[in-house]
Each structure stands twice: as structure tokens, then as C-alpha cells.
Design a protein around this ligand. Sequence first.
Ligand code: FPP
Ligand code: MG
Length: 359
Amino acid sequence: MANTIDHFHSALKTELDLTQKYIISFSEAKDSLTRKSIGHIVKNKGKMLRPILLILSGWYSYRASNPKSKDDTLFIDDIAKVAAILELIQMSSLIHDDVLDHASVRRNKATLNNLKGNRFAILLGDYLVAQSLKNCYQLIHNAERIFDPVILYSMLDSISKLVLGEVQQNNFNEHTHSYKNGVDKYFEIVENKTASLFSLSCFVGSSIGSRDTKYTEILKQLGHNIGIAYQIIDDIRDFAPTKEISGEKNFQDIRFGIKTLPIIYAFQFSQNGESERLAGYFNSRKDLSKKEKNEITLILTGTQSIERSFRKVQFYISNARQILSQLPENQYSIMLSEMVSYLSESSERAVSDIIKTKP
Ligand code: FPP
Ligand code: MG
């Protein structure tokens, strides 16, 4: 059972528990309504993929540079602080994303925009970014060990890319009516909105682990490729009929007019009126019946859109494996490759869930 998320959670329990402790303390607020809402967000943890990658990259570089160190307490404390700083940025981006995507549920719990409205959600998301950056500055300046200020710069740079990716996605969804070059545009957006935080996680983790930059660039590339694969898998998963795979709500991207990779391919390769039928569902916002979801799935499978998207996942997964093979092996590079396998297997499960749909 190596490649389940629980495997990573139990192997890194100490670091992840400490990360959660720092998430709580870094996001503290004196105002009670704000505190209550932050509590709701903080408790509703996801799979913690980015903190896991950050911690593994940190351990990898730390062990590779200090094979004989006896007391790792300081390193564990620092890596948990940085993981918390990054996770706060991730939380903030999801709060904003749920406003933009009109999402009422995330991880089976009501979203903040659903509970408190868009204005409150956006402001609370802004507060979390501010807290995150303030704590990053404090870590760099107050730590017992000296950290490279490039860590703070790379965080700011990634946030800038993340927001730019969302601006681009918004323009692409709302103002671009042609699907010509749609695949290229999709990848440009995904590199910014998703891969930026994954590569940052690996880069920052590795920089905390060691001042030796030998591994940092390789791990950053690993995060970049994992991030792109992850986003395509997320976009495929939206069409999965099984709740355990798609989450509480499926077919949200087509309902709300988000041009994800399977949707772009479906428009590009559809014929005989399929395109018009898809366009009737795209951004329609209405609840879809089982029959309508079935019809969309059959267009997606008929145009090979799921398979085409899956082949892209495989491309980035194989890049990630090739990148990992450049690193001298230790127990943490093995765990990083288990993480790559975990993602690969989860995409295989999503694809087979979708393609079992019959007319
Ligand atoms: C998930 O996308 C969201 C992102 C990858 C990034 C969202 C970033 C912003 C909204 C910019 C604002 C950020 C900050 C920090 C101020 P998705 O909709 O594809 O994934 P989902 O299925 O999890 O909703
Ligand atoms: Mg979303």
C-alpha cells in the first residue's frame, strides 16, 4: 500500500502535525468572526500535497548535505514553518478560486463564499496572504540559521505567477471564443496558476534543507512537472461519475464555462453537431441530469478527449521520473518517486471511471 496519500501522512506525521500547528498560529486573528472563519478553513485540510513535496524536498537536500547529522530538531521546525507559510498561500488561493468558480462546496464542506458571501471571502483570503508573507519575512530574519532572502523573493514571484494565471484564465474563459491554440493557452495558464506553487514548494523545501544549490534546480523542475500533471488530473477528475474520484460535485467546469484540457479537446475534435450540443452545456450553469452528464461523457470519450488529456499527464509524469533519476538516491528521493506513482495511479483511476460510461 505504498502509493496512498495515507502512506505519506503517516511517514511525515511529525512534520505535518507541526506544519498544522504553525498554520494555526500564523493565521491567528484577534477579531472573533475572522478567527472563527479561519478555523473553518484551517480544519478543512486537503491532501497536503504541496507541504508533502516541500518537506520531502527539504529532507532530500538536508540528508544529501548532512548525512551524519544527529540532531534534526532545528531543521524540522524550520521546514514545518515554511510548509505552513506556503499552505497559507494555497488556502488563500482556493478561497479566491471558489469565489471565481462559484463553488459552494469544497472537500465536502461549505465554502467561505457560500457561508459568508464573496466580499468576506476575498478579504479573508487577502488576510491569509498577508499573514503568510509577514511570517516568511520573520522566519528569514529571526531564524537561528541564516536563510537566503531568495526564498522570500521566490514566494513573491510565485504568487505573482499564480494571480497572473488566474487573470489569464479569466480572459481565456470569458473573452476568447476560438479554440484554436486553446491547448497552448491552457498550458501557459496551468504553468502559472498551478505549477508555480508546486515548483516553489520543492525549491523552497530544498533551499531550507541545504544552502548547497546542487539539488534545488532539479527539485524545482520536478515540482513544475508534477504541478502540470496534477492540474490535468484535477481537470479530468471533474468528469468522473464516482464521488470518491470527482469529489462532491462533478461537471462543474463545463457548467461554469471553464476551458479545461478535456473540454478544449472535445470542442477541437467534435463533429456532426457535437460541438453545438457541448456549447449548449458550456457555461449554462444549470444542474445537469444523469442523462445530460452521460451525453457529455460520450462526446468526451468519442472525441478521445479524456485519452488525449491522459497522454499529457503521462508525458509530465515521465518527465518527473526522468528528473528524479538525475538525483543520487536516498530514502526521500524514493518517497518523491512514490509520490509521482501515486499521482499517476490516481489519474489512471479517474480515466477508467470515466471511460466505463456506456451509451
Ligand atoms: C485551483 O484551480 C486554483 C488555483 C490553481 C489558483 C487560484 C489562484 C487565484 C484565484 C489567485 C488569487 C490568489 C492569491 C494568493 C491572492 P481549479 O479551479 O482548477 O481547482 P479546483 O478544482 O480545486 O477548484
Ligand atoms: Mg476551482
